[in-house]
Design a protein around this ligand. Sequence first.
Ligand SMILES: NC(=O)c1ccc[n+]([C@@H]2O[C@H](COP(=O)([O-])OP(=O)(O)OC[C@H]3O[C@@H](n4cnc5c(N)ncnc54)[C@H](OP(=O)(O)O)[C@@H]3O)[C@@H](O)[C@H]2O)c1
Length: 338
Amino acid sequence: MLDLTGKSILITGGTGSFGKKFVEMVYQRYPNIRRLVVYSRDELKQFEMSQHYPQSTYKSIRFFIGDVRDGERLKRACEGVDIIVHAAALKQVPAAEYNPMECIKTNVFGAENVINAALDNGVQRVVALSTDKAAAPINLYGATKLCSDKLFVAANNMKGSRDLRFSVVRYGNVIGSRGSVVPFFLDKRKEGVLPITHPDMTRFNISLEEGVEMVLYALENAWGGEIFVPKIPSYRITEVATAIAPDARQEIIGVRPGEKLHEEMITETDSLNTVETDKYYVITPSTPTWSVDEYLKAFNGRRVEMGFKYNSGTNTDWLNVGQIREQIRLHVDPAFAV
Ligand SMILES: NC(=O)c1ccc[n+]([C@@H]2O[C@H](COP(=O)([O-])OP(=O)(O)OC[C@H]3O[C@@H](n4cnc5c(N)ncnc54)[C@H](OP(=O)(O)O)[C@@H]3O)[C@@H](O)[C@H]2O)c1
């Protein structure tokens, strides 16, 4: 059982959607952590978050202004830190296409800075967040996250005798996250027409809580170099539209640049190194520093079949219209009604 009591944690991107949920759940479970450092750039977001976590009650919280591109600042922030959760990223697909170097600087060079700060400060566990868009990427955002994944996996080869493990958590669309389909359709439904990119389009679905659970799982269980992938359901975009506005007209507008019809989290090529446990798939490193057979024994796991792929279009687990509505009520708007 993971116990963060007495630990010092730094979360990059701590003011983002994931970061805020992470901080909330960590304080619910481990009120006696030693230090929880929120590391991000914008002072206003930090100020607003600090209103919810007054220092008088949350004695262990710290807000550090800093950019993951700034290696020196990150190293200073990581002094005395036991655990890093790396959630900071630029993640808007069109913005990344338009400003490619900005996305590379944050998502790739930022990842390298996190790794160096961990190596130089006696950090013991690092978990970095990835995305389904990093599997066989077709846009720059996905490509930078794939680079980041590779850096974190390979960092385990540089740790020497340090008690340090780097791992990655990769998942798909977070229901209700900023700029995603559910808030977009909720906003649009009053117009009576919902734009659909393609009638066959599918996506994976995960909640923020499940994302945080996975990161906590990885912190506790990683042997180093794994990419953890959750077993989660898919939905059809047309069914999200029906769930939100059953009477609205669905207008097909065409797939946008950089968008896939179906998202993928494990490619056929990854299947060679992929194992599964009851809850998760795990892409093991191609040059692991440990025995995969021992890993399978420890987690009661099995190898997936060669050629296996985990794709939102061929998934065996689907949310229907009623379940999508339930998810919206649970994770986006408790008052949601059709
Ligand atoms: N949302 C999804 O659907 C989804 C799905 C799969 C994976 N992910 C991954 O999950 C992670 C968290 O996503 P999210 O939804 O929480 O994103 P978000 O809400 O956009 O938050 C991003 C956070 O990163 C910070 N940040 C951005 N650039 C930074 C920089 N250069 N230096 C330091 N901090 C920086 C932002 O704060 P400032 O702007 O103030 O710096 C903010 O705190 C990302 O790695 C993303 O790729 C997200």
